[in-house]
Design a protein. Sequence first.
Length: 317
Amino acid sequence: MPKLAAMGPAGFKIFQKVTDYPYSTPAGTRDTAVILEAFEEIAKTGKWCLVHPFDHNFLDHAQRKAKESGEAFTPATFAKFYKMEEEFVSGGYSIYYLAKQAGIRWFAGHLPFYSGIDLVRWAKTENVIDVLGCNDNCWLTILPQEEMVYDVGPGEFVKRMQPAPSKEWLDKLWGAINDNTMEMIATDHAPHLRGESAPGPLLEWYGHLLLNEVNNGRTTLERLVEITSVNAAKRLFGFYPRKGAIQPGSDADIILCDMDKEWTIGSDKVYTKCQINPYHGKKIKGQVTLTMLRGTVIMENGEVIGKPGYGKFIPVH
């Protein structure tokens, strides 16, 4: 662990889940004793640790129920048998207990559920360990897919695989963002092909959709800057003010936006590898028109013009 930490990662991730793709990873374990041992080693490095929380009993039960019903347990059918909130949040409570026992800095991700927000808020209020709340599942939560998503290849609409959040859930999610329970947000961009897992591509529409939510009154532009840039630079990476700021000496990572632009998301050019657009036909107000990385324009008017290899690894120490 110390050798890995010396290489400059922001932190470590563990999956409390072992199953088929995309969770067939050596970083996965169901053994909470092993997770505690890992936490104790991570605590010595001072790095953050994110755990994908998971109570496997719910998955095992759902698979049994599907088998008993005679239906295949697939991404398209699993919602009928599967209690996702209970699975994640019950796992989250056990992870929080172990995190306190080991004294790690807990990156509280994958908990944007109704009761998961309560857990993160309680953990931050207890103030026993450093807790960083992050809504890192935006395509499932605050930026939900349209009911019918567009598959660019065959040019056909297919029904989304995940249920949309309720109004009450959305209100609670935005409340947690605005009261700083959730200090950051992220896409959880998941460009799976149909049949692999539930497709969740979001990255190329993320900024536009967030500006639309600002125009809808869900949050302020200032708060949007904090949760997408400033807080990550300060809290997660420790790069502020090199990143997350516009001032002399900063890296000139800048986006330009047209807050008044009213337009309809289309699929003339889709960059995501799965070629699925979950927002095709959605009318929104607000558009990111230009992106700069270290002073160089890498996107302008929807065209990615950045050159491969221009990205730069910055170690976290």
